[in-house]
Design a protein around this ligand. Structure first.
Ligand code: NAP
Length: 261
C-alpha cells in the first residue's frame, strides 16, 4: 500500500454511515461537510429542513452522500424515529455525532425551572435517548463510534455569568460519554467527546459581537483567537476513523489552549 492509500485507509470514512445532529448550521454543518468529503454517507438532522436541504445541495459532488431529516430532538418520540430513518436512508449507522445543542443565559438565582430543564433536556437527556435508540444499529457496525460535542464548559465552569444550565448539561454529557465508553466497548463501540472553546456560530453570535466580551474571551484563549469550524471538524474525522481505534472515553479539547490554564 502506498502512503496515500495507507493514510486514506486510516483517516478516511469511505462507506461509513453517520448520523449528524444539529447539521443545519454552525459546527454541525461543518462536521457533516468533513464526513461527506471523507466518503461517509450522512443523515443530517435538525429542525430547519430548508437549511438541511441547502447543505445537501452544496455537498452533492463530494465523495460520500448526504440525506436530510427534519426532526425536533426535544421530543422523545421523534428521537425514536431516527434509527428507522438511518436504516431506510443509509442502511444502518456506524457513527453517531451528537452535536445539536442549545444555551440560555440567566444567573443561577434568576433562572426559571423550565429554562434550566429545556437546556438539560436537549443537551444531555436527548443525547442519552438518541444513543440508546441508535445502540442496536451501532452494535451491528464493525466499528461503532459515538462522538458527543461537549464544551470547555463540560470541563470547568463558564467564565461568563449565566451559563450554569449549559455548564451542567455539558458536564453531564462528558459523564455520559465516559459511561458509554465503559458500558459499550464490549459491543465494539467507542465513545468520545470533543470540547470546543469559542467558535463563531449562531449560538455564540451575541457574545462574540459584543466587543468587550469578545476581547475578554480572546484573552482567556492562549492562542488569542476564536476557532474555525474546520479546525473542529478535523478532530471529529480522527475520532470517527480507524486511526482512533484505541481512543475511548476521552474528551478532546479543541480550544486554542483554553483548558491548559
Ligand atoms: N460555537 C461554539 O463556540 C461552541 C462551543 C462549545 C460547544 N458548542 C456546541 O456545539 C454544538 C453546535 O453548536 P453551534 O455553535 O454550531 O450552534 P448553532 O449554529 O446554534 O447550532 C445548533 C444546532 O442544533 C440544532 N438544534 C437546536 N435545537 C434543536 C432541536 N430541538 N432539535 C434538533 N436540532 C436542534 C440547530 O438546528 P435547528 O435550529 O435547525 O433545529 C443547529 O443546527 C452545540 O452542542 C454547542 O453546545 C459550540
Amino acid at each position: 500500500m502506498n502512503s496515500k492509500d495507507y493514510l486514506h485507509d486510516l483517516f478516511g470514512c469511505q462507506g461509513r454511515k453517520a448520523i449528524v445532529t444539529g447539521a443545519s448550521s454552525g459546527l454541525g454543518a461543518e462536521l457533516a461537510r468533513v464526513l461527506v468529503s471523507a466518503g461517509a454517507d450522512v443523515l443530517a438532522v435538525a429542525r430547519r429542513q430548508e437549511r438541511l436541504e441547502a447543505l445537501a445541495n452544496e455537498l452533492q459532488d463530494r465523495a460520500g452522500t448526504i440525506h436530510v431529516h427534519a426532526a425536533d430532538l426535544s421530543d422523545n418520540a421523534t428521537i425514536d424515529t431516527l434509527p428507522e430513518q438511518a436504516r431506510e436512508q443509509l442502511g444502518g449507522c456506524d457513527i453517531l455525532v451528537a452535536n445539536a445543542g442549545t444555551a440560555t443565559r440567566a444567573r443561577l438565582e434568576d433562572m426559571a425551572e423550565q429554562d434550566f430543564a429545556a437546556v438539560v433536556d436537549l443537551n444531555l437527556k436527548a443525547q442519552w435517548l438518541l444513543a440508546k435508540a441508535c445502540f442496536p444499529l451501532l452494535r451491528q457496525s464493525e466499528a461503532g463510534r459515538i462522538v458527543n460535542i461537549a464544551s470547555i464548559y463540560g470541563l470547568g465552569a463558564s467564565v461568563i455569568n449565566g451559563l450554569s444550565a449549559y455548564t451542567v448539561s455539558k458536564h453531564g454529557l462528558v459523564g455520559l460519554t465516559r459511561s458509554q465508553a465503559v458500558e459499550w466497548s464490549r459491543h465494539g463501540i467507542t465513545a468520545n467527546a470533543i470540547a470546543p472553546s469559542y467558535f463563531p456560530t449562531e449560538m455564540t453570535e451575541t457574545a462574540l459581537d459584543n466587543e468587550k466580551m469578545s476581547t475578554r474571551l480572546r484573552t482567556f484563549t492562549p492562542q488569542g483567537r476564536f476557532g474555525q469550524p474546520t479546525e473542529l471538524a478535523t478532530a471529529l474525522l480522527f475520532l470517527c476513523s480507524k486511526a482512533s481505534g484505541y481512543v475511548n472515553g476521552t474528551v478532546v479539547p479543541v480550544d486554542g489552549g483554553w483548558t491548559a490554564w
